[in-house]
Design a protein. Structure first.
Lengths: 398, 286
């Protein structure tokens, strides 16, 4: 509005000046710049009209008498398709039970980047990120939600889980079957940078867990004081394993979706380590990409958590709505949608058997089997310079 | 006019040199400009006009177009007036630190857009210098539309001023002095003498400024919260769609962004032609 007024005010001066222009023109040999200039003004004014007409069709103005509320969900990359559908279904559910229209402000990006944005003031009602470490960071650096947030909802506040699998080229020409194959010479592995991507950290920890379990047999030995010798040996082996694996990585993308694009669209690499849901999505969305799925012998149980950001939800008057939204993820309907988008539901009994068939049987270990919590994982593995990843990756660079 | 220009070279250069140079230029332009642009339009329409229309009728796509135009419509006029003021101040007056000021205007050229975005977060983010004050008035800058507009303005600051300063420096102020001594007022002098002299530079500056404003990705992506339909500009929306495996929609929007740029080019040529034609008319009349 301000701009169009500004522009309208801009054109008239050219017109007003015209009479005096006639008299001076011949003397000073003035070109018709003023006229040309008015045209520029007209073009800009037209742009403005297009703009305003566009604004006119925004839904907030055309809303009917029912109350419209906005819920802001800040999420990570691979959940786009999931929340696209879930938001629609939840909005219908809420309208039928509360007679209110819900509009969603849905944001997607790398998990770490999204957490950073909330810390810097992005006023999310709900955060649904790749790992609890990222939500911990929000709780730690702001007062937006309590540090006990993970207790607010069942199953560590993770309504769905996933795991880490491989995508290989059609026919599996390099014969990749398990984690050990990723460290062979001449294999190009695509996985994102664990320092910037949430999924990438799960990839890294899944490989770490495999390396430990291949030496120890049973991961429970890690917590057994009598086994400290073999644990130390296995840890040394795991470091070498990680170093070898990441020396096979030609490109460290910043996020899981970027790595998928590198592998599927740009056709770089022999194997992609990625989320199970991301792998299935890639299989479905790019049928002509000629890739196939490989399930490793063992992998990690990835728990992407969801939390209500109390401070912002309260400020928006959305506390109850945000809680209902997260609760609905655990409902029968929510769990079916989750499974449809290739996330493993927590309550598989409410999901049709034929949907459940797509999830391969795989031996899963939990994050807490290999580290005590995300804070420790961060300190030991991903910290700048002193973390295992930086040590093995920088030694590779040298 | 072309007859006199063409005469001198055509007579000297052998035919094969002419063909070689023309062919080289055409080939280069085709390979590096026309072909990639053409591919965008081809990809956009490959899945049929229906897919194209569907991609454009999407609410989020329209809001991305609207936000891009809004950011452009605010930053271009503001930077045009700032550019005029800055060029006037630095070429017509002499003061201490003038050359430093001119260098500072260039800063956005030198600074990476990502850093520009981070600077805005440091200033207007909730932990930033002004962020909490603004927040208490209920004004969210970062991760909202004002942040996107601010980032666009930052990266486009130098365009107009940079085009104007050399031209105005070269021209000096004799003509203005003449106008003033003939009794013209300050405003008249500006409109009748200064503006006609700098019109090309100004037009170029404005066009470069709007092209950059529409295309800006880096700085905007830092301060945008990536919320579709709210804070995604066209370039961000295109990136998001491409990452969604939605290549047809991404190319459809790319074709819109490219069309906007082509429209500015056409507007420029049209204006050029009109102004040329009129001034020629007048010269003939004299």
């Amino acid at each position: 509005m301000v701009i169009s007024g500004f522009l309208l005010g801009f054109c008239p001066w050219a017109t007003e000046d015209q009479p005096s222009k006639e008299s001076l023109e011949s003397m000073l040999k003035i070109s018709s710049f003023v006229d040309g200039f008015r045209n520029t003004g007209a073009v800009l004014a037209m742009l403005c009209l297009v703009l305003l007409s566009n604004c006119g069709c925004s839904p907030s103005e055309s809303a009917s008498t029912t109350k419209v509320r906005t819920l802001k969900n800040v999420s990570y990359d691979p959940t786009r398709e999931l929340y696209d559908e879930f938001n629609k279904v939840f909005a219908e559910h809420w309208q039928s039970t509360h007679n209110e229209v819900i509009e969603f402000a849905q944001s997607h990006g790398g998990s770490g980047k999204q957490a950073r944005a909330v810390i810097e003031g992005l006023d999310a009602d709900v955060v649904s990120l790749a790992l609890s470490g990222d939500i911990d960071a929000i709780a730690e650096k702001t007062s937006a939600l309590a540090s006990t947030w993970q207790k607010n909802f069942p199953n560590n506040s993770s309504p769905y889980t996933s795991t880490i699998v491989f995508l290989v080229r059609q026919g599996n020409p390099k014969g990749i079957k398990d984690w050990a194959d990723l460290t062979r010479d001449g294999i190009e592995v695509i996985t994102p940078n664990p320092k910037t991507g949430g999924g990438a950290r799960w990839n890294y920890l899944a490989a770490w867990g495999y390396a430990l379990s291949s030496q120890l047999g049973d991961l429970s030995k890690l917590k057994d004081a009598n086994e400290s010798d073999s644990v130390a040996k296995a840890t040394q082996y795991a470091k070498e394993f990680i170093a070898k694996l990441y020396s096979n990585v030609p490109i460290l993308d910043t996020s899981a979706r970027a790595a998928t694009n590198t592998f599927v669209q740009r056709q770089i690499g022999d194997v992609l380590i990625t989320w199970e849901n991301e792998a299935y999505l890639a299989l479905r969305e790019s049928a002509d990409a000629q890739v196939e799925l490989v399930i490793p012998s063992i992998s990690i149980l990835a728990e992407p958590p969801v939390a209500v950001v109390d401070q912002y939800a309260q400020a928006h008057g959305n506390t109850e709505l945000a809680k209902a939204y997260v609760d609905y993820l655990y409902s029968d309907e929510g769990q079916r949608i989750v499974a449809k988008h290739f996330y493993r539901p927590r309550r598989s009994e409410v999901v049709p058997a034929e949907t459940m068939q797509r999830f391969a049987e795989v031996k899963l270990f939990e994050l807490t089997d290999i580290v005590s919590d995300w804070r420790e994982a961060q300190e030991t593995h991903f910290k700048d310079r002193s973390g295992v990843f930086d040590q093995v990756y920088s030694s590779k660079a040298q | 006019m072309s007859s006199t220009e063409g005469f001198s070279h055509e007579s000297r250069d052998p035919k094969w040199v002419q063909f070689l140079l023309i062919g080289l230029t055409l080939g280069f332009v085709f390979l590096l400009l026309i072909l990639p642009l053409g591919v965008i339009f081809w990809e956009a329409f490959r899945k049929g006009i229906k897919t194209y229309a569907l991609a454009l009728s999407d609410r989020n796509a329209q809001s991305a177009i609207a936000l891009t135009l809004l950011a452009t419509a605010i930053s271009v006029p503001v930077n045009m007036f700032f550019g005029l003021a800055a060029a006037w101040a630095t070429t017509k007056y002499s003061f201490r630190g003038k050359s430093l000021l001119i260098s500072i205007i260039d800063l956005p050229f030198a600074i990476s857009p990502v850093i520009a975005g981070l600077m805005l977060i440091l200033l207007y983010g909730i932990h930033g210098w002004f962020g909490s004050t603004l927040q208490s008035f209920g004004l969210q800058v970062i991760f909202a539309v004002p942040g996107v507009v601010l980032a666009t303005m930052f990266v486009t600051v130098p365009f107009v001023a940079r085009e104007l300063i050399p031209v105005m420096q070269e021209q000096g102020s004799e003509q203005e002095w003449a106008a003033v001594s003939l009794g013209a007022s300050g405003w008249q002098t500006f409109v009748k003498v200064t503006l006609p002299n700098i019109r090309w530079a100004l037009l170029y500056g404005v066009l470069l400024c709007s092209a950059r404003a529409m295309g800006e990705f880096g700085a905007v992506s830092v301060v945008s919260s990536n919320i579709r339909g709210l804070t995604n500009t066209l370039p961000l929306q295109i990136d998001a769609l491409y990452n969604d495996y939605n290549a047809p929609a991404a190319f459809a929007l790319s074709s819109i962004l490219a069309s906007l740029s082509i429209l500015t080019l056409i507007a420029k040529s049209w204006l050029e032609a009109r102004i040329d034609y009129r001034s020629k008319d007048k010269e003939e009349l004299l």
